[in-house]
Design a protein around this ligand. Structure first.
Ligand code: CA
Length: 215
């Protein structure tokens, strides 16, 4: 299962999807195929993909970066929202699922806009230079504080960094978490509250989506 939008009961969540989700048959097929994988929960919820696409259009973003791509659902949503001359750089580690992402990007006719870098994201990020307009971060949670620093270096002023899973199915409420991932998300959330470098909003969309606009 994916991390569906929090705090909605099943019937209200279904209603939200019924009246607002405009998922293409290709995206639906990708989501269904991903559901058969052991790491299916890594996939963004469909309403999140649609929201990311809307953010790309709202901000007029042309240069996008994604950290954590998995089977390529969010990348496909964002790439489709780009203007013709837009581009998306994706970072992920090598895995069987890379081929699924590439196959769907090809089928959508969007593979030419997307460049997939297969290496630990911190390595790839260190080699990239900006400016990017929008960065979506949904990779290993333990590195979220590090990804924030890279995002602030790589974003243009006014650009947007978006972190997924910042409510972490409620585990952010744990007082002494054993999980390094949980501690890192807590650290990021606390630090962002007072970070003067960004404007901030944490939305309970999906599993928590934090929007940071670089000042
Ligand atoms: Ca996620």
């Amino acid at each position: 299962m994916t991390h569906r939008t929090l705090n909605l009961d099943d019937s209200l969540y279904q209603y939200l999807l019924d009246v607002s989700l405009r998922e293409t048959p290709l995206l639906k097929r990708l989501r269904d195929e991903t559901q058969t994988l052991p790491m299916a929960r890594w996939q963004v919820a469909p309403e999140q993909g649609q929201f990311l696409a809307l953010l790309v259009k709202l901000t007029g973003a042309r240069r996008l970066l994604e950290v954590g791509t998995f089977t390529g659902y969010s990348a496909l949503c964002m790439a489709a929202a780009l203007p013709d001359d837009g581009s998306l750089i994706c970072c992920d580690i090598p895995g069987d699922y890379n081929a699924i992402a590439r196959r769907y990007w090809e089928e959508a006719g969007l593979a030419g806009r997307i460049e997939l870098h297969l290496a630990p994201a911190l390595q790839t990020l260190a080699q990239l230079s900006g400016p990017f307009d929008l960065i979506f971060i949904d990779a290993d949670k333990a590195n979220y504080p590090n990804y924030l620093e890279h995002a602030l270096r790589l974003l243009r002023v006014g650009g947007l960094a978006i972190f997924d899973n910042t409510l972490w199915s409620g585990r952010v409420l744990e007082s002494n978490p054993e999980s390094e991932d949980t501690r890192a998300i807590q650290t990021l959330n606390r630090a962002l509250k007072d970070d003067e470098r960004v404007d901030l909003s944490l939305l309970p969309v999906g599993d928590g989506l934090t929007l940071c606009r670089k000042r």
